[in-house]
Design a binder for this molecule. Sequence first.
Ligand SMILES: [Zn+2]
Length: 273
Amino acid sequence: MMVRFFKSGYCTSHSKVVDPRTSFVEIPFSAVWALIDLPDGGFAMVDTGYTEHFITATKPFPDRFYRWITPIQLQPEETPLAILKRLNIAVDEIRWIVISHFHGDHIAGLKDFPKAQFICTASALEEVNRYKGFRAVKRGILHGLIPRDFVERVHTFEAMAAKQFTDKYGLQRYEWEITPEISWVLLPGHARGMIGFEFTQESRTMLYATDAAWSHIAFSDHVLPMPIVKIFIDSMSAMENTWNCLHAWQKDHPNGEIFFTHCPKTKQLLDHE
Ligand SMILES: [Zn+2]
């Protein structure tokens, strides 16, 4: 099994939002996604990053607000389709797309993979089904990015997991037979039912904790983002609890590394083909 990381575009935010101790400068939030070689052939992606679909989906209101809040930069050669083409991977070889959560920067490419099956947690799916219009946009969900036949192709970890349990750090885990060497980890707080994963590659143990935090420095120092983020994150208290669990994991894995989707440190994982 091999896990590779790529980046498809970025949006900009402000450093003070991420870490209130810093000065007010614009910072990029790279839209990172992962590609997993499956033991039975084909690939799974974890999220998709940005694609042109994000521009299309944010033309009408109220979805337009989303692009105003997170203006994006995307080069044509950075889209997931362009990257896979350079890797000689056909679109149909993407058998699964794991959706960490339904924010636009994570799911903008779903429509580009008509043969893929999707998997997410039951609570993330419930959320996306429940909220429409402005209430969805406020929660970072753009329905324009979701394929028409999504309902027929989506599965939940709860239904598919061979095993689910809470580990000694308090993290809910799922074992999924499609990716036997990966442990899927529930990371509530930033978005309802958000998921990340733990794996070991070249004797390096990594926990890719998606959007559980935005900066490994702020996370290490237990500095939460500015309270304004409460507007669009699901639950600050759940997020703090997730941080405590991740800190307990880190303490027990002194050589283990935690990465977050939009953190600058994550750039070291990127596969520059
Ligand atoms: Zn997010």
